[in-house]
Design a protein around this ligand. Structure first.
Ligand SMILES: NC(=O)c1ccc[n+]([C@@H]2O[C@H](COP(=O)([O-])OP(=O)(O)OC[C@H]3O[C@@H](n4cnc5c(N)ncnc54)[C@H](O)[C@@H]3O)[C@@H](O)[C@H]2O)c1
Ligand SMILES: O=C(O)[C@H](O)[C@@H](O)[C@H](O)[C@H](O)CO
Length: 253
């Protein structure tokens, strides 16, 4: 790779933590950051899936560590902070979506959704943001949703959390960008992953959703590799507080 591109996009010497890094978009982002040179810490719940994901990254030469944690549990989030070591790039990717009509959502549904999609990113940001700022360089990438900006598909608690995450991004950017920490949200389109399996199971739904992307297809995890490497490195040094739509031109109506 030409030296100029190395300077812009290389992540050598950086250490990235990716939540939900054992599957879907998070795994693709972890692989991309690792193949761009970063050491990677994968955080997710299930040890077997983590081991498999780590094995895949290591097969690409990526130095990979795993931490099994339930991000809905604040003690587990604290344990991640206590054990992961210094982190230069934080990717808040783990998410859950409890799909029910608005009036059927319970308070427990709401609190679980907020805990994983919004509180865990807040707590991890509170730990890592100031430390990145003290070192004068850092990147936080939060994974939002079309529902950061629009209501979509019986997902009221998820929409509240993802809209909150976009707001959290702006506040984190305001706080830490002056010290060299860029904080941004990636907004995906509809992506074929385990999270969207219930929607994919509805006959005709995948095709209808594909037609709502200007590119005429749904997303796949690999579609996020380029944007993640961009937002994780020096190429994005003047990009902060933004929502980057990596959504194939998705339109809600
Ligand atoms: N798939 C889509 O269409 C789509 C669209 C917009 C945004 N997103 C967002 O992308 C992110 C990744 O989702 P995905 O589509 O790759 O699905 P996925 O199911 O493959 O990944 C979600 C990850 O989050 C982890 N996770 C969930 N709850 C957790 C918990 N309590 N503790 C620890 N880890 C937990 C899962 O184990 C999994 O690794 C999520 O934040 C999701 O909201 C997805
Ligand atoms: O769980 C889900 O079904 C997805 O996250 C959806 O909500 C959409 O794909 C997303 O909103 C588009 O960004």
């Amino acid at each position: 790779m030409p030296h100029y591109l190395q300077e812009l996009f290389s992540l050598h010497g950086r250490r990235a933590l990716v939540t939900g890094g054992s599957s879907g978009i998070g795994h693709a982002i972890a692989e991309a950051l690792g193949r761009a040179g970063a050491d990677v810490v994968l955080v997710a719940r299930r040890p077997a899936e983590l081991d498999q994901a780590a094995g895949h990254l290591r097969s690409h030469g990526v130095t990979t560590t795993c931490i099994s944690a339930d991000l809905a549990d604040r003690d587990d989030v604290q344990r991640v902070c206590d054990t992961a070591g210094d982190i230069d790039i934080l990717v808040n990717n783990a998410g859950n979506n409890i799909r029910k009509p608005m009036a059927e959502l319970t308070t427990d549904d709401y609190e679980l959704t907020l805990a994983v999609n919004l509180t865990a990113p807040y707590l991890l940001g509170q730990h890592y943001g100031p430390r990145m700022a003290a070192r004068g360089w850092g990147r936080i990438i939060n994974i939002g949703s079309q529902q950061s900006v629009s209501a979509f598909g019986d997902s009221g608690a998820y929409g509240a959390a993802k809209a909150g995450l976009a707001g959290l991004t702006r506040s984190q950017a305001e706080a830490w960008s002056p010290s060299g920490v860029c904080v941004n949200t990636i907004i995906p389109g509809f992506v074929l992953t385990p999270l969207t399996a219930p929607a994919q199971a509805v006959p005709g739904r995948i095709e209808a959703l594909a037609a709502r992307h200007m590119l005429g297809r749904n997303g796949v995890p690999a579609d996020f590799a380029g944007a993640a490497v961009f937002l994780a490195g020096d190429a994005s040094a003047f990009v902060t507080g933004q929502m980057l739509f990596v959504d194939g031109g998705f339109f809600v109506h």
